[in-house]
Design a protein around this ligand. Structure first.
Ligand code: FES
Length: 340
């Protein structure tokens, strides 16, 4: 059962601003009218949501389609400047095929209350003075814009590169241009990925005091990481944030996982992670991000061939220490035996 200590913030929707046909900004204030906990550029907040249409917002669906709401949680990056302590701004893209989190957020109305956790930052700016290259794709602009505001306020050197399908689908287009001026470059591919952001030029060769920050869809993040690696960027200078849990990939198959120390054998369905199968089996594995970014869930592979899908482990971690991140990685074929 969730508790108010898990969700210490009670927020009220103070304003709702449509940004594009699919993306809406929500301005949230403390329900008691007081100041809100501080945050830094790149931070996000986890909200308590209900994952079924209709029940919490009567009238949005016919009765025949309404289901009992299921509790859930969704994280959204904070867009506003960290020194604006009396409100939080988030932007939510409506995912009509999703599980319902974005539909719940889009159904909120001015004056409604929502509970939230304290701000958390898994995607902070490097704490030493440096030059930043900010790269955003689509709704990935949200933490990037908050970072740009922080860098602008400090007078720090940065460039912001922001891609979307078209000017009409680009949230905060005017705000980015006003804030960043000539430090921002906007790209529109009109549905043709070959016409998008010229990533190799944008990333360029590593420069000692320059850091890359990228947020957006997984293909953009994968491409930036691949190019940065190929150009020999130090891994500690490349920062990224994936939105949402990794989706099952086409061709994923069930796999059998033997947890040697626990004496448990799991048959993991194609649509479930090994981590979730361990939790469902009553085990208590360590984990944090669930997106392959932190390596907290890494376990040693005793036999079998993993298909690595994380962003956290080095080649040595994988090949010499034989680690795999069970929140995202699977068996390439056959059975895995893990030291867990
Ligand atoms: S929980 Fe973070 S990499 Fe698996």
């Amino acid at each position: 059962m969730s508790t108010t200590s898990e969700w210490p913030l009670e927020l009220v929707v103070a304003d709702i601003v449509p940004l594009t046909a699919e993306i809406t900004s929500l301005i949230l204030k403390a329900a008691d009218g007081g100041p809100l906990p501080a945050f830094s550029g790149g931070a996000h907040i986890k909200f308590q949501v209900e994952l079924a249409d209709g029940a919490s917002h009567p009238g949005t669906l016919p009765d025949t389609l309404k289901k009992a709401p299921a509790p859930g949680e969704r994280c959204y990056s904070l867009v506003n400047s960290a020194d604006q302590s009396d409100y939080y701004e988030i932007a939510v893209k409506l995912e009509t095929a999703g599980a319902g989190g974005s539909r719940f957020m889009h159904a909120l109305r001015t004056g409604e209350h929502i509970r939230a956790a304290l701000p958390k930052n898994d995607f902070p700016l490097h704490d030493e003075p440096h030059e930043a290259v900010l790269i955003a794709g689509g709704i990935g602009i949200t933490p990037i814009l908050s970072m740009a505001k922080e860098l602008s306020a400090k007078g720090a050197a940065y460039r912001l590169h922001y891609a979307s399908r078209s000017p009409e689908t680009m949230a905060y287009r005017t705000g980015v241009s006003q804030l960043c001026g000539e430090q921002a470059s906007l790209y529109f591919d009109y549905g043709d990925p070959t016409q998008g952001m010229p990533l190799a030029d944008v990333i360029g060769q590593p420069v000692p005091n320059r850091h890359l920050y990228v947020c957006g869809p997984r293909p953009l993040i994968d491409a930036v990481i691949a190019i940065a690696r190929a150009q020999q960027w130090p891994p500690g200078h490349v920062h990224f944030e994936l939105f949402g849990a990794p989706l099952p990939q086409t061709g994923d198959r069930p796999c059998r996982v033997v947890l040697q120390r626990s004496g448990v054998t799991l048959d993991v369905p194609a649509e479930k992670s090994i981590l979730d199968a361990m939790i469902d089996a009553g085990l208590d594995p360590m984990f944090d991000c669930r997106r392959g970014e932190c390596s907290v869930c890494a376990v040693r592979v005793l036999s079998g061939t993993p298909e690595h899908r994380d962003y956290a482990l080095s080649d040595d971690d994988r090949d010499q220490a034989h680690l795999m991140c069970v929140c995202v990685s699977r068996a390439r074929e056959g059975e895995l035996v893990l030291d867990a």
